[in-house]
Design a protein around this ligand. Structure first.
Ligand code: DP6
Length: 321
């Protein structure tokens, strides 16, 4: 009763921020992401009769407290679907710094969902896996299916899930992951979502995010990179406007984050085209066409405060290894 899985990090192009239903993790708006090819989480789950309690090891450390509770709650959901009561040992490893705005909860819960269901003997389809992953962490529902994934917000557990709209090979976009600090963020995404509706800008965001999603899908359809880039920057800044004006306010950026954002914009004005997006953390994702990747990676690495630039592309969803 054992399974090993790799699940990718996904990068939100139109963000999920705020929930219609907190318990079921139904997002305030439909959103869209790409699965990354290299960044992700490898998880092994084994259910064993001999275990008295669940054991959870993440990045070589036994986890306790809130992090452990979240994993155990998810295992409980899997046990409920399978109607089995065995305890599990979960060993999980991220190939990137976790809890720093690089979406470790997305890859982590997608991997746990696929590994846990396989290990316990379930064989769920992608839609049901995505729905279940969503219960662990909303964004995890976009790391099950491949390539470009839309999370259809829906309004219930049944109709809220991630679905691929294009395969990983549809359009080659490169992603530069700019690591500025490996420090864990102070306010988790879950706590951030909970205060989204205290921002006076939240309503405004919800009024125009659907149009932006529609426009983005059109830009992707037409492979119009400039339009695509403008829209993802707009959406990132729209989400951060909500964060900055929530109660309590959430400032996830460091001075170095802003330096990368401004540099990307000024290089662009001078003909080197790329666009940024930032999640709940200090680190920045920069997207570009393959031809500009080397020059951008080089320039980004030379900026003050940049620890590392990881190069990535678009990849498949969660899979057994
Ligand atoms: C800013 O999926 O981590 O990365 O559902 O509470 O676990 P929970 O939140 P989470 O939120 C991700 C927020 C985001 C935007 C996104 O990935 O769409």
């Amino acid at each position: 009763m054992k399974a090993k899985v790799f699940a990718p990090v996904n990068l939100a192009l139109i963000k999920y921020w705020g929930k219609k239903n907190t318990e079921l993790r139904i997002p305030a708006n439909s959103n869209l992401s790409i699965c990354l090819n290299k960044l992700g989480t490898r998880t092994e789950v084994e259910f064993k009769k001999e275990l008295k309690n669940d054991e959870v090891i993440i990045d070589d450390k036994e986890v306790i407290g809130r992090d452990r509770d979240r994993v155990v709650n998810h295992l409980n959901k899997i046990r409920k679907v399978a109607n089995k009561n065995l305890k599990a040992r979960v060993v999980s490893k991220n190939n990137f710094p976790k809890k720093a705005g690089l979406s470790s909860s997305a890859s982590g819960f997608a991997a746990l969902t696929l590994a846990g269901t396989k290990a316990i003997g379930l064989n769920l389809n992608k839609k049901d896996l995505s729905r279940l992953a969503r219960m662990g962490s909303g964004s995890a529902c976009r790391s099950i299916d491949d390539g470009w994934v839309e999370w259809l917000a829906g309004d219930s557990d049944k109709n809220s899930y991630g679905k691929s709209i294009f395969s990983k090979d549809y359009w080659e976009i490169r992603i530069l992951v700019v690591v500025l600090s490996q420090k864990e963020k102070r306010v988790s995404s879950t706590d951030g979502h909970a205060v989204a509706n205290t921002s006076p800008f939240f309503k405004t965001r919800l009024n125009n995010v659907n149009k932006r999603l529609k426009d983005l899908k059109e830009a992707i359809n037409q492979k119009d990179f400039s339009k695509f880039g403008e829209l993802i920057e707009d959406d990132c800044l729209s989400m951060h406007s909500v964060m900055l004006t929530s109660k309590p306010n959430l400032v996830y950026w460091l001075p170095e984050t802003v330096r990368v954002m401004r540099s990307v914009q000024s290089w662009r004005e001078n003909g080197l085209e790329s666009y940024f997006t930032v999640n709940t953390g200090q680190n920045v994702f920069v997207v570009c066409k393959p031809g500009n990747e080397d020059e951008l990676a080089d320039k980004l690495s030379q900026l003050k405060g940049v620890i590392e630039v990881r190069r990535d592309g678009i990849g498949k969803g969660a899979r057994l290894v």
